[in-house]
Design a protein around this ligand. Structure first.
Ligand code: ADP
Ligand code: MG
Length: 389
């Protein structure tokens, strides 16, 4: 019998403390259906939470220390709550520990009264670094567990903001808030239409199952990292584009502004801007199309999104392009890379009766290109952060 991540978190907790946890909390990874690199441009995204989750088993301590352990790494990290200071602590602990400790730090800012120490044991079945946001999953699970345990009374949006603060300021990865919002707000069979400026979130039914569709994730196993290189560069280009165009964020431009952008911007910056502006429009179009025509009709928008990321934003890699092309040739309704890019995963929306053919086609295409075999699995739109026990 294979163990669940919930059971693993409980077992790790008991191994660590010799006791049962006071509770277990979890939060999911996510897949972004469409709206890539629009979040930090104050724009629109349309992600959903998946059934893969990160679990945190928690117990309180008699002292004022926080101890974290994860099945991800054998090292156990322990710090006094009063020494929980970021970014100072960033180089003192293993990188993975900056996520849970960063969340605790972000929650404690301005809350000196909290002195209850905690032990946290973490386990997950969210693939790490695959573009499915294992980072938001761990942040959401830890934030939920500590919010309840410390009686802070923060709502889900506030907890998403705590996760982002942890990731930006403790971990040092300059990400937007899409992942954390999705992990906190996800619902079964629905996606979250999120305005990243106002943080207004609307739950939109996907109806994949009713339409005989499923969503495949094709994890290329090419690892990406938010903390480095290309992601920062893209953000810088977007900031340059917005300031040159005289707007607070690229969200404030529409496709009608693109001719003027082409005149004012250098070629590379223009193409970065064009991706973001057209991607915002594609998110709006996808939400409308879903509501008016159903999920079979969104395929072309997914395909256009991929082309824009490949040609204008230049964040795809050959493995992702191959996955998308092979899936479409084998009859997928639509396909695109998802997540930050430079590796990670692609998604393909497929009819149930084509799913096997699409999997086979992608696997064969990877073999033919000499790529590492992809990991292909179906994801189901699922509920967000919760207390499990
Ligand atoms: P992604 O969010 O796409 O999976 P990131 O680079 O944003 O990739 O986050 C991955 C990092 O998050 C891991 O390298 C690790 O530091 C941390 N992390 C994710 N899940 C866990 C876990 N279960 N235990 C410990 N650390 C984790
Ligand atoms: Mg992440």
């Amino acid at each position: 019998m294979s163990t669940t991540p919930e059971a693993s978190a409980r077992a790790l907790f008991t191994e660590l403390t010799g006791a049962e946890p006071a509770g277990v909390w979890s939060s999911p990874g996510r897949v972004n259906l469409i709206g890539e690199h629009t979040d930090y441009n104050d724009g629109f995204v349309f992600p959903f939470a998946i059934e893969h989750r990160t679990f945190v088993a928690l117990g309180t301590r008699a002292d004022d220390r926080i101890r974290v352990a994860s099945t991800f790494d054998s090292e156990v990290v322990e710090v006094a709550l009063s020494d929980l200071v970021f970014p100072a602590l960033r180089d003192e602990v293993p990188e993975w520990a900056t996520y849970p400790l960063g969340v605790a730090w972000a929650l404690l800012q301005g809350r000196d009264a909290v002195t209850t120490g905690v032990d946290l044991a973490i386990a997950s079945d969210v693939p790490v670094g695959a573009g499915l946001s294992s980072s938001a999953a761990i942040e959401g699970a830890v934030a939920s567990a500590l919010n309840d345990t410390w009686g802070l009374g923060l709502d889900r949006v506030a907890l998403a903001q705590i996760g982002r603060t942890a990731e930006n300021e403790a971990v040092g990865a300059p990400t937007g808030i899409m992942d954390q919002m999705t992990s906190m707000l996800g619902r079964a069979d629905a996606a979250i239409f999120l305005d990243c400026r106002s943080l207004d979130a609307e739950v939109v039914d996907l109806g994949f199952a009713a339409a005989g569709l499923e969503l495949l994730v094709i994890d290329t196993q090419v690892k990406h990292s938010h903390s480095t290189g290309g992601y920062r560069e893209r953000r810088a280009s977007c900031e340059l584009g917005a300031s040159t165009m005289g707007v607070p964020a690229l969200r404030d431009l529409t496709v009608d502004d693109l001719p003027r952008a082409e005149e004012l911007l250098d070629d590379v910056t223009f193409r970065r801007v064009r991706h973001v502006v057209t991607e915002d429009q594609r998110v709006l179009d996808t939400v409308r199309t879903l509501r008016e025509q159903g999920p079979e009709a969104i395929g072309d928008l997914l395909v256009a999104s991929h082309a824009s990321m490949r040609d204008d934003f230049e964040i795809s890699v050959p493995e992702l392009d191959t996955a998308v092309e092979a899936a479409l040739s084998a009859g997928a309704v639509g396909a695109r890379m998802t997540g930050g890019g430079f590796g990670g995963a692609a998604i393909a929306l497929v009819a149930h009766d084509r799913a096997e053919a699409v999997r086979d086609a992608v696997t064969s295409a990877f073999t033919a290109s000499g790529f590492h075999a992809p990991h292909i699995f179906t994801v189901t739109p699922s509920e967000g952060a919760r207390r499990d026990s």
